[in-house]
Ligand binder design. Sequence first.
Ligand code: BG6
Length: 464
Amino acid sequence: MNQAFPDTFLWGGATAANQVEGAYLTDNKGLSSSDLQPQGIFGPTVERNSDNENVYIKDMAIDFYHRYPEDIALFAEMGFKCLRTSIAWTRIFPNGDEQQPNESGLAFYDRLFDEMKKYNIEPLITLSHYEMPYGLIKNYGGWGNRQLIDFFENYAKTVFTRYKDKVKHWLTFNEINMSLHAPFTGVGLPPDSSKSEIYQAIHHQLVASAKAVKACRDIIPDAKIGNMLLGGIVYPLTCKPEDVLKAHHENNSWLFFGDVQVRGRYPGYMQRYFQENNISITITDEDKQWLQNTVDFISFSYYMSGCATTDETLSTAKGNILSMVPNPYLPSSEWGWQVDPQGLRYLLNVLYDRYQKPLFIVENGLGAKDLPDTEGNINDDYRIQYLNDHLVQVGEAIKDGVDVMGYTSWGPIDLVSASSAEMSKRYGFIYVDRNDNGEGSLERRRKKSFHWYQSVISSNGKAL
Ligand code: BG6
């Protein structure tokens, strides 16, 4: 029995617009970077025009754009206190640089937030989850261009003003550190961009994030706004001092983003890294001022841990974004992601020790193939096991004294995977009848884990 969870704990699930909504050109939506990567983040980028409408899996995804009332009702049945999703920037500013927003896009999110309100489900809204207007890549060169800061600020102010009475929890950029590994998705740059180009674009995004924090405070003083990190915690493979230092440096390569967003300035270790790697970027005095608008809380995703070693003969295990040396003590998922529940407790402690700010776990889950039995039931005990083990560790971290605001499991309803654009890699408590070829009725069905999560939430974690 686990009594660690506070009464205010925000239990729920997390999705992203481009992985659930579909309707990729509906109601004047513009093309996004995600629409140009129909096979996922590491697939090729393709040309898109109206002739190839609805040919790719993400174009319709799970049709959340039209089916959200049914899905929200199912989330409410599970007892969700919170739903994390994102606004598709291209529904609001189809090309990114318009003066006026697209009213039909704004109206969609009004309907969505009103539906959530009916069930007292708190929206946790990401401003940019792995997508940006393609117009800003084509016409401005992506985040390498400083003008993107203004376009993003305008977008953020538009949605803060529109939804100020409906949304009180916001996140700026999903997994902001992922641009180091997937620059097109993260900052709209070609994969062969130089490190200086990538860090300059990242710098612009960090300033844009800080400007959004300021705008949120001005427009919705009672809201909370956080950053979002891909929590790729790394252990030293051995106790060899070289491995310990390697792990320290690898962790700093992503904690750097948190350091800027939480502490408001570039850390010293980054200046050394830039010098030693001939990375040169422009940071103005005005930028430095802006960066002081730091976040209220830190959110992060956690799926796996990894190891660091100076032994270059060892191969790496691939997650969706990160590749890390595998830990010989841990099992792996069907997709080779190492499963480490205690790593979540460790990560929560690392982040809390470093920042002393509330933490929100906004993604965690198991991608697995679900095979319905002869009666059509999905007995996903492996998913229950994974989530239960991780949540027990969240309880342990709370007992360690870590301030945890909530937990939104990734993909509470099956959705299109980000890295490989598959339907068959399922995370949900709710099964969606659609396969990788786009066939299926899109019917929703409760899996065994649906009932398990319902009891976890209704007991506030005591059922773990
Ligand atoms: C996170 C992303 O990195 O991992 C999500 O924020 C993504 O968008 C999730 O879906 C799981 O990865 P994948 O590739 O299995 O969908």
